[in-house]
Design a protein around this ligand. Structure first.
Ligand code: 5BU
Length: 259
C-alpha cells in the first residue's frame, strides 16, 4: 500500500495560504469530514453549522437553494465558522467565461467572494475561468477547487479530462488548492482532493448519485476529504451520524498515513 504524507506535512507543500490553513486545521481538529448542508432555509443551515461544526473541517453550501437568503446570513455563518473552526465552501461550480464568472463571484445578490473561503469551477471553459476568479479571490486569500470528476452516473468526465484539469491547476498553484474528484490525481502532495458521493454504505439515489464508503474514497482512491450531505442531514440524530462519518474518515486516513 502506498504510504502518504500526513496532512500536517503536506501543508508545507501548499503554495496557497488557505490550503495550508486547511491542512493544518484538519490535522489539529482531527477531521477530514466536510458537511454538505443542502437545506433550503438559512436558519436550518445555521443550526446545522452550530451543531455539527465541532466535527467538520468544511461546511459546504449551495447558496442559491436558500429560499430566504439575506445579507445577515453570511455574517452569521462566518461567526459560526470562527466559533467552531471550519472553512466555508460555496459549491457554485462556476462554468462560464472569465469575465462572467468574475461578476458572478463578486457581484449579484450573494457576493460570494465576501464570505466563501473556497469555491469550485469547471475547467471545461478553459483557463480564463481560473484567471477571472483569481482576479477577485486571490487578494482575499480564497482558494479554488477545479472539478476533475463527478460522482453522478453516466457523467461525461474522462481520464484525459481529469489530467487536463490537473495541468490547468498547475498553471495557478497560488489560487487553485485542489480538486473535486473521486481519487488522487497527482503525486504532488500540495493538492487537496475532496470527494462527494460518500455514505457509510455504497449505493445510489434515484437521480443518479453514486455513493462510495469513506474507506473507498480515502484508502483505495487516496482522496483527502469526504463530503457528506444526506448521509448526515437526513439522519434522525445528525450529530451522532456526523461523528460516525468523522471517525470513519479519520480511521481511513490513518490507514496509509506516514506519521
Ligand atoms: P449527498 O446528499 O451526500 O448526495 O450530497 C452531495 C453534495 O455534493 C451535493 O451538494 C452535490 O451538489 C455535491 N456534489 C456531488 O454530489 N457530486 C459531485 O460530483 C459534485 C458535487 Br462536483
Amino acid at each position: 500500500m502506498q504510504v502518504r504524507f500526513s496532512y500536517a506535512e503536506r501543508a508545507a507543500y501548499c503554495k496557497n495560504a488557505l490550503a495550508k490553513k486547511l491542512f493544518l486545521l484538519m490535522d489539529g481538529k482531527k477531521s477530514n469530514l466536510a458537511l454538505s448542508a443542502d437545506v433550503t432555509h438559512c436558519e436550518d443551515v445555521l443550526a446545522l453549522a452550530d451543531k455539527i461544526g465541532p466535527e467538520i473541517c468544511i461546511l459546504k453550501i449551495h447558496v442559491d437553494i436558500l429560499e430566504d437568503f439575506d445579507q445577515t446570513f453570511p455574517l452569521e455563518l462566518r461567526k459560526l465558522a470562527d466559533k467552531h473552526n471550519f472553512l466555508i465552501f460555496e459549491d457554485r461550480k462556476f462554468a462560464d467565461i472569465g469575465n462572467t464568472v468574475k461578476l458572478q463571484y463578486e457581484k449579484g445578490i450573494y457576493h460570494i467572494a465576501d464570505w466563501a473561503d473556497i469555491i469550485n469551477a469547471h475547467s471545461l471553459p478553459g483557463s480564463g475561468i481560473v484567471s477571472g476568479l483569481m482576479e477577485v479571490g486571490l487578494k482575499k486569500q480564497r482558494g479554488l477547487l477545479l472539478l476533475a470528476e463527478m460522482s453522478s452516473a453516466n457523467n461525461l468526465f474522462t481520464k484525459d479530462y481529469a489530467m487536463q484539469t490537473l495541468r490547468m491547476a498547475e498553471q495557478f498553484p497560488e489560487f487553485v488548492i485542489g480538486f473535486i474528484s473521486q481519487q488522487k490525481l497527482s503525486d504532488d502532495p500540495g493538492w487537496i482532493y475532496m470527494t462527494p458521493g460518500v455514505q457509510l454504505q455504497a449505493g445510489t439515489d434515484v437521480l443518479g448519485q453514486q455513493y462510495v464508503t469513506p474507506e473507498i474514497a480515502l484508502v483505495k482512491h487516496q482522496s483527502d476529504i469526504i463530503i457528506v450531505g444526506r448521509g448526515i442531514i437526513k439522519a434522525e440524530d445528525t450529530l451522532a451520524e456526523a461523528r460516525k462519518y468523522r471517525e470513519a474518515g479519520w480511521k481511513a486516513y490513518n490507514v496509509n498515513c506516514a506519521k
